[in-house]
Design a protein around this ligand. Structure first.
Ligand code: NDP
Length: 333
């Protein structure tokens, strides 16, 4: 099997030297194990955090070992009851072409017909669930709210915007880093307003498109975007803090300055709630019941950026920090 290992902890933006591509001889299967050929592996910004040796909700990647992450593939050999060759499965042994292990590590999932099975890594998987839980449970979006989403052309953000429309938001404002992406936001994903944050300060642009303020902020970016949201959140506004990609590659996190407008949290009775999806998995059934049909009938559009081949995996991962993806970033094996 070809696998990608972390060999040193990146300082700032990761480079190719932080990783090593390793050939691993797989042992024959033991009773109760399955072997899977991965078809798609997921690349996610949170993986950057696992490359640091710091305390978090998920342990750091150990050095000299193959990294992990979400993947979808097909069983090519099985010595476990309930799995046979050809079965489609999801699991957490990404960053490699062949995965094998105990059957409990794999979840059999239904075929999707015309839809690429990579959807299990995106809108039908943890990505879609993050969007749903963050918007409806954490930020508790209500009918008639004005919603602002950063990272809006990304995997999570594009789904947040569409769920917000579906749930009756009055206006949905999205920010993204190029003109192509802002066009997609309004033309394809149904956002009412789109901001290209590279054109002018987000603080000013948000004031222009939301003269009456915002009620909900879904934060994927942190930094200047969080600051702009704090400046424009209305009384009793709610923010779901999902991620802060603008600071993930900071060389010295302690040197980062906090956002201005913090006193608005008091004077406007704001609620800012950070969350990680693992605390919201109890809503998986609700998510599937409400969102999966909208995905399957095309009401919710989910785009992907598909990079070909495991040898492009590191570049695909780094591309997340340069905005190279629209929608979910996956590598096809
Ligand atoms: P995305 O598909 O959104 O990919 C990352 C995007 O971030 C890029 O395409 C780029 O778009 C944008 N970006 C990169 N650098 C910057 C920057 N400096 N400032 C502004 N935008 C930037 O990834 P995901 O949808 O998978 O993840 C989105 C966020 O959600 C991340 O912060 C991630 O960590 C978080 N997350 C949190 C989870 C949780 O449980 N809390 C679960 C899943 C994700 P552009 O071209 O617009 O700049």
């Amino acid at each position: 099997s070809t696998q990608i290992q972390l060999v040193q902890r990146p300082q700032g933006i990761p480079t190719e030297h932080d990783f090593h591509i390793q050939r691993v001889e797989l042992s024959p299967l033991n009773e109760g194990e399955v072997r899977v050929r991965n078809e798609f592996i997921s690349f996610d910004p949170y993986m950057r955090g696992r490359m640091n040796d710091s305390k978090s909700y998920i342990p750091p990647f150990p050095l000299g070992e193959t990294m992990t992450g979400s993947a979808v593939g097909r069983v090519i050999e099985s010595r476990a009851e309930g799995f046979s060759e050809g079965d489609l499965v999801t699991h957490f042994m990404g960053w490699r072409d062949i995965a094998q292990g105990s059957a409990e590590e794999f979840t059999a999932v239904p075929e999707l017909g015309d839809k690429p099975v990579s959807a299990y890594l995106g809108v039908l998987g943890l990505t879609g669930m993050t969007a749903f839980a963050g918007l409806t449970k954490v930020a508790q979006m209500k009918d008639g709210d004005t919603v602002f989403v950063s990272g809006a052309a990304g995997a999570v953000g594009s789904i947040v915007g569409q769920i917000a429309r579906h749930r009756g938001a009055r206006a949905v404002i999205g920010s993204a880093g190029s003109a192509e992406k802002t066009a997609l936001l309004t033309e394809r994903y149904g956002f009412t307003h789109a901001i290209n944050y590279k054109e002018a300060p987000i603080l000013e642009q948000l004031a222009e498109v939301a003269p009456e303020g915002i009620d909900v902020y879904f934060d994927n970016v942190g930094g200047d975007h969080l600051e702009a949201a704090l400046a424009h959140l209305n009384r009793y506004g709610r923010a779901a803090l999902c991620g802060a990609i603008s600071v993930y590659n900071a060389e010295d996190p302690l040197s980062l300055q906090g956002p201005r407008f913090m006193t608005n949290i008091v004077t406007r009775s704001l609620t800012l709630q950070g969350f990680v999806l693992q605390d919201y998995l109890q809503y998986a059934d609700e998510f599937r019941a409400e969102i999966a049909p909208l995905v399957m009938d095309g009401t919710i559009k989910d785009d992907e950026t598909v990079v070909e081949g495991l040898d492009q995996a590191i570049e695909a991962f780094l591309g997340l920090f340069e905005g190279k993806n629209t929608g979910k970033m996956v590598v096809r094996i």
